[in-house]
Design a protein. Structure first.
Length: 551
């Protein structure tokens, strides 16, 4: 209940931030003047002309090249981390494949981890390089969502430098600072002390790793990154000490995705459009939460038969969160962020099946900015198909849908399955599961499928259990994450740009309304059916086969 009103006011602020000309009377508030005083020196130092309008090609490549330059700088720091200051007690030399995986994972907002932060990263790498990449990748995602809406609705591209800088200075930094303060008040450590040593009651010396954990948590959650500075992620008591902190983390994860959907309605001057989409997405999310909670409360049938009790499935879960707290968080993992407060591999196969569906669909909230575009893309596809079936000229938000838009829209939909299914098939051929039972073979396939699906969807969550910190897994997933991110980003920007010069058609009697319950239902149906037609046979071979094998 707190997410929607908070997202509404944040959505108004985001709409004003990126399209100041549509709010001429009140945009120059004290807050905006303060932000401009911070941003103008940055523009001047970097030689940025903030009034310069870019083409779609320029917009994409400026984001792409700046991402690459940031990766080169980060590569040098990670490779020479043991020779640089602030290395703490870490003397681990990272090899090139794991560094490439880490960089591809971070800059694509995926944050998939094959490393152990406490053992493999110095404080400089863990608390400076990782957040730096997380801030920039999240800002790039927000900018991609904004430019798509701006091009589709207002016929303008804008300036990528300005959009990325505003996304950081006006959205990510302020929200992260507020979130950090909240997490500190709830008991999360936030210090530059890297570790403390103490003596237990048994006279044994133990070392606790510390650091600016609350600040790290803030961008991890607000930016939908999911990367943890501690290997246990949000299951670690330093990252989420209580049920209340778990609730705040859920709030942070959902805030910006919901706000961007509000922005769409504001730009269209039709808030009903936002209400329709948000209602559909939250209905799906609540359904998944209830379904996962039901099966986890029901427990593991085989174990319950052995012990003679009807016990819930507590395997892999933190007792301080409970079944409900773990189930809610897990439902969000595959929809929005790759964070985790429990062992996902220990959940009932139905939870994994739903997660694979979400990762394959990508329109149910999805990763920062990109989920918004995937949602709008399915709206475009739905409007196009309905228009064909009814014999009307297909249009969306007053803009006609033609051949070019459908080609770009189709590319956006097909990028994920081409990368994922090809990678899964090649991996299973090269590295088959040679031992174990039939169930072990099925679950190995599920783990491989999930690993690539998570990487291609810029999600980063994982089932674990794979020996994935090796050259093959690190390099293959680095390529999949990189290609999926930037192929999708270019398709999104060019798809939005294809609407720039199209005239806005006046609404009439035959205009297809996209802001009502009927369209929301049809949109949900097309979104589900397109994913099912592509992925369902592969999901049957994985988690659904596990369900049948247990029965």
């Amino acid at each position: 209940m707190l997410v929607i009103p908070s997202a509404y006011y944040l959505g108004i602020f985001i709409a004003k931030t990126f399209n100041e000309e549509i709010f001429p009377d009140d945009i120059k508030s004290k807050a905006c003047l303060l932000f401009e005083s911070i941003e103008n020196p940055i523009y001047k130092l970097c030689g940025i002309n903030k009034s310069q309008e870019m083409t779609a090609k320029e917009y994409f490549f400026t984001i792409f090249y700046t991402n690459i330059l940031l990766c080169i700088f980060s590569f040098l720091v990670l490779y020479f981390q043991t020779s640089l200051p602030f290395k703490g007690n870490i003397n681990f030399q990272l090899d090139i494949p794991i560094i490439l995986h880490m960089l591809s994972s971070q800059i694509t907002n995926t944050c998939q981890t094959h490393h152990i932060p406490e053992q493999h990263l110095t404080p400089l790498s863990n608390y400076f390089i990782m957040p730096l990449l997380m801030f920039y990748s999240s800002a790039s995602g927000i900018a991609t969502g904004i430019v798509f809406m701006r091009a589709l609705i207002y016929g303008k591209i804008g300036n990528s430098y300005v959009d990325v800088i505003k996304a950081m200075t006006r959205i990510l930094f302020p929200l992260s600072i507020i979130s950090s303060i909240v997490f500190v008040s709830l008991g999360t450590p936030n210090t530059f002390t890297s570790s403390i040593t103490y003596e237990t009651l048994e006279k044994v010396k133990e070392t606790l790793l510390l650091g600016p954990i609350a600040s790290f948590e803030a961008i991890k959650l607000i930016g939908e990154n999911g990367l943890s500075c501690l290997n246990a992620n949000s299951a670690h008591p330093f990252e989420s000490p209580s049920y209340l902190s778990n609730f705040i983390q859920v709030f942070c994860i959902l805030l910006i995705p919901t706000s961007l959907l509000i922005v769409l309605g504001i730009y269209l001057k039709n808030i009903k459009q936002s209400i329709t989409i948000i209602s559909v997405l939250y209905i799906v999310l609540i359904f998944e939460i209830l379904l996962i909670s039901f099966f986890e409360l029901k427990g593991n049938v085989e174990i319950n038969n052995i012990i003679g009790l009807d016990a819930p499935n507590w395997i892999g879960k933190e007792t301080r969160f409970g079944i409900a707290g773990a189930s809610i968080f897990t439902a969000l993992v595959s929809n929005v962020s790759g964070s985790a407060n429990s062992s996902f591999d220990a959940f009932n196969p139905i939870a994994i099946a739903l997660a694979l569906f979400n990762l394959s669909n990508q329109s149910f909230f999805g990763v920062q900015g990109f989920g918004l575009v995937f949602t709008i893309n399915f709206i475009i596809y739905t409007a196009y198909l309905i228009g064909l079936m009814l014999g009307r000229t297909p249009e969306v938000f007053g803009k006609r849908i033609e051949k070019k838009e459908i080609i770009l829209s189709s590319i956006l939909i097909l990028i994920n399955p081409i990368l994922v299914l090809t990678s899964v098939a090649f991996t299973l051929i090269m590295f088959p599961e040679n031992g174990g039972s039939t169930f072990d073979h099925i679950h190995y396939y599920t783990r491989v499928f999930y690993e690539f699906a998570s990487g291609a969807a810029s999600n980063g969550s994982g089932l674990e259990g794979l020996d994935d910190n090796n050259a093959y897994w690190n390099l293959s997933l680095a390529i999949v994450m990189f290609v999926a991110r930037y192929a999708a980003m270019s398709s999104m920007i060019f798809l939005g740009a294809s609407f720039v010069n199209k005239p806005t058609m006046p609404s009439g009697v035959v205009t297809l309304k996209t802001d009502n319950f009927l369209f929301g239902t049809v949109f949900l149906f097309f979104s589900i059916i397109s994913t099912v037609l592509t992925y369902f046979p592969f999901i049957i071979l994985g988690p659904i086969s596990e369900i049948l094998a247990k029965n």
